[in-house]
Design a protein around this ligand. Sequence first.
Ligand code: ZN
Ligand code: ZN
Ligand code: FE
Length: 768
Amino acid sequence: MTPADQGHIARRWKIAGIVQGVGFRPFVFQLATRHGLVGEVANTLDGVEIHAEGPAVSVDNFRKELLASAPPLSQITDIKEQNLPPTGSFATFSIAESRGVPPERPALISPDVAVCADCLRELFDPSDRRFHYPFINCTNCGPRYTIIADIPYDRPHTSMRHFRMCALCQAEYDDPSDRRFHAQPNACKQCGPQVTLLNRDGGKMDAEDPIAAAAGLLKTGVVMAVKGLGGFHLAVDARNNAAVEKLRRRKRREEKPFALMAPDPATIRLFADMSAEEERLLGSITRPIVLLTKRNPHGIAEQTAPRNRYFGVMLPYTPLHYLLLSHGFTALVMTSGNRSEEPIAMENEEAFKRLAGIADYFLVHNRDIYLRSDDSIVRHAAGAPRFIRRSRGFVPAPLFLLHSQPCVLGCGGELKNTVCLTRGDQAFLSQHIGDLENEITERFFEKSIAHMQRILRIEPELIAHDLHPDYLSTRYALARMDKPRVGVQHHHAHIVACMAENRLADPVIGLAFDGTGYGSDGRIWGGEVLLCRPESFQRLAHLQYAAMPGSAAAVREPWRMALAYLYAAHGRCFPDMDIPLVRNLAPEKCHIILRMMERSVNSPLTSSLGRLFDGVAALVGLRQQVRFEGQAAMELEMIADAGVETRYDFGWSPGLPHRIDLGPIVRGIVADVQQQTPQAVISGKFHATLVALFTELCGNLRRDTGINRVALSGGVFQNLLLFGGLMKALEREGFLVYTHRKVPCNDGGLSLGQAVAAAAMERKGQTR
Ligand code: ZN
Ligand code: ZN
Ligand code: FE
């Protein structure tokens, strides 16, 4: 009898996406074996190919499960199916050698992910040989990106190369039916990395269980540097006010919120509210920091997130974290192990040097981190998760673009920098690199580019950069004389990033709202309405220009911006106005600022909406100085009465580009301040005004351009009241609204837009 006579069939699947190096072949092997099928599975150029033979019902069941229970790290983007006559030539199911995978098109590398449920069970099982072993992992979990030096992703190319597997570990590694088959970081107590507790001088503390000892010390209020997956954290007991204040003082981070790590969702509920979506985000294998609304009272030290409605909370993601948190903490503050504004410390020696004077003790280990990666930050807003920072857990998984394009490097902006490399229809965003304002970050920036080029085997044909001549990222691009370079305007890049992640090539009306971006006219843009295509843009409207008296000082001191807006709305009489802001300033100060603006001394012009938020915050008396970028704007959002529907007058000039008048809005706010209208109401009215203004403006522009698509991008959209309000209002008017879900709306997403815009410009021959 032939196999067909027995009711056997054969089927072949070609599966594309992230299916290599994520345990996909062993998964297929185990699944096929369980269903009694014969055949083989192999890595190919585009992904994985499966050939399976057996009874029709078994083949169908196999297929169902294949899609339903694929390994957690895999991401299937395409599946092609073909029925074949059964060959009868297979006796078993096997994992075949890789086929035709050329070195220039390597398999995708998985991000680092959280310890899985199976490993966690073993971690706390006293009878397991890895009981309490802080580096337990398997094919479905553990470190990846941060321990890779080169490809292919094999142990000798990772920081695990210093550890030789013992016989037991090796047997697991070699067995296709084992959960640890080809798990490169596989290790145990006998053969793998170890944890050590050190005092501030680097002296080894004598402790049988260093993690338990560290937990004991944390309870006494010390600051502990903890080496994790992508770098060091600084940890303190989050319920200990004095400890949190000490950390803040030593880190010189005066007001920016600290992140919390709590053992489980039930404990998180003691201090924060959590929706089902938020709980799912928290527990996902990427384990981001999720912004959750504070509960009151919450019992967490006030200095953890002062003047903020939210806590940034994460669940443990390494076995070491689980062990540390198992000692009865409600939560630990777990903030990046750095001094303010520097990248997170990564190696032991480096940590001692850079965290000296901050940490009292160091909980370290001897598995090297090859590339640092900060925690990702998301929140659930307007029906979807929104990134504030896309880093650990997501990098280097690609985004899939609408079109294939040449290899391009996008160098990103200045703040919250990331870089982006493209290959074919894939775009790889780097981890969060940070603010390119110091030498350490600059070195990290260059190292990340070199590292990503190496492990992704991408040699860019084109380098895209911001137009700002003084950004370090621009200077880096301009120094790379070996490649053609393309400058992409900041807000154009923002909108193209949003188009790219939504796989959109048709023109959109782009609302690009942020703090700072170099404009094509050399001025500082940030309240921009653009008709935007991947390869070009036209400025349709912008906020009326206002001076920034003192330039960078006007960013740190919003009262300067408030005076600039008063000048724009009321002219040179503003030093005589009877409002608290002016009364509280020395009269000379007002006159100095007036003279600066009148004579254009150190007073560059800006159309930034971020600055307008700052200025309004100062005008209503909320904040005159900021400790970090966006602080005043954020506090203005926090106090807003969201129920307010009244608004200020608004208008814009005829003719393109429309100039959106500041006068009516600022005069309205001043009148409210003079009538002692509560800050919450003024803020609510200001938000409602912007929503109404931009909705009406988009309606007019739709009439003129025939475009019904609106894309929202730029850091100001981290303001949920504005973001949610505008989205809803535009949708009510029948617009198709495109927003960010895969990359941050802030400058962390800029490099993606640059890379896609530059390729489009090159294609249309606009770069020469
Ligand atoms: Zn695992
Ligand atoms: Zn071992
Ligand atoms: Fe920006």
